[in-house]
Write a protein that binds this ligand. Structure first.
Ligand code: SF4
Ligand code: MG
Length: 320
């Protein structure tokens, strides 16, 4: 198979009981029927406002959350119902990097030991070899040997994220799911980490699912971009095409808040008004209809199917 990851009809609903005495179950439809694939060596950016289901998508793919419906194929293997033992094999090849590097590191453990531990868990028994490997990993992410004995609080946010990346790379993964990996960092540091991730991608032939609410960040690292709104993908296209000419009104609005770099080039600012509606009761028809300035009667009645409109360019909108 040419794809490292394939996601088919993925849904993740979180059930809850309505009201104190309620018996009826309701569902937060965090991910509501998502399809995409990632080719070997490819980076797919997944963007949208917070609360659109991006993180839930990433966690469900990692099987940290049980999928409600749909299927996940990793290297052609259907991992949707893999048990813990089977998943451990998968995690040698697929790793997750979280948003907050501080929260994902044990404050009482020297960072070198945190990486060492991963190697041990994955069966590297020889302590000397492990030490060498940790050194190699630290070097790979731009940290020094001396840093291995330090604790998380002794590092800046960017350095901590480098540690987290080293730890994720320890098992030689092929796919990294990066969930807002730079969102907690200063803008100047963001670029450094993005560059590191791009460099590592080339060097180690990695593939990425790169989740971010920030389109500027996604732009440089992604080969293709999927735009998610209220649990669904509304547009998916090669990054260049999406940034040059977004077609879905939601993508247009998201993009319009990015400053245009070339002088003379203007982008009309389309303000996104209101908040993302409640995913317990998403709007009927097109989910964006309550915020879309082009919405017609049809939009609130009929859900627009996602259609191929150009070279690998998909859009779900009645207007396109
Ligand atoms: Fe807007 Fe209608 Fe397109 Fe939805 S289908 S994005 S409401 S124009
Ligand atoms: Mg998130």
């Amino acid at each position: 198979t040419a794809n490292i990851l394939e996601v088919k009809g993925l849904k993740k609903y979180f059930p809850f009981k309505k009201g104190l005495l309620g018996k009826a179950m309701e569902y937060v439809r965090a991910v509501d029927g998502v399809d995409f694939h990632i080719g070997y060596g490819e980076t797919l950016g997944l963007v949208g406002e917070s609360g659109c289901g991006k993180s839930t998508t990433g966690r469900t793919i990692m099987r940290l959350l049980e999928p409600t419906e749909g299927e996940i194929f990793f290297e052609g293997q259907n991992i949707t119902r893999f048990n813990k033992k089977q998943l451990r094999q998968v995690y040698k090849h697929m790793q997750l990097i979280f948003q907050d590097p501080f929260a994902s590191l044990n404050p009482r453990k020297a960072v070198g030991d945190a990486v060492d531990e991963v190697l041990l868990v994955h069966g590297m028994k020889d302590g000397v070899k492990r030490r060498e490997r940790v050194e190699e990993l630290f070097d790979m992410v731009g940290l020094r040997k001396e840093d291995m004995d330090k604790y998380p609080h002794e590092f800046s946010g960017g350095q901590r994220q480098r540690v987290v990346i080293a730890r994720a790379l320890a098992v030689n993964p092929k796919l990294l799911i990066c969930d807002e990996p730079v969102s907690a960092l200063d803008v100047s540091i963001q670029a450094q980490i993005i560059n590191l991730l791009m460099e590592l991608k080339e060097r180690l032939k990695l593939s990425y699912l790169f989740i971010s609410h920030d389109l500027r960040v996604v732009r440089h690292i992604s080969d293709r971009v999927a735009v998610m709104y209220l649990g669904k993908i509304v547009e998916m296209a090669p990054a260049e095409d999406l940034f040059r000419e977004p077609l879905h009104p939601y993508s247009k609005a998201l993009l319009s808040v990015i400053p245009v770099l070339k002088p003379g080039q203007k982008r009309k600012k389309l303000v996104l008004e209101g908040e993302v509606p409640n995913p317990v009761n998403p709007p009927t028809g097109c989910r964006f209809s309550t915020r879309c300035k082009y919405a017609t009667k049809q939009c609130s009645e009929i859900e627009p199917p996602i259609k191929l409109v150009g070279n690998r360019h998909f859009v779900a909108c009645h207007l396109c």
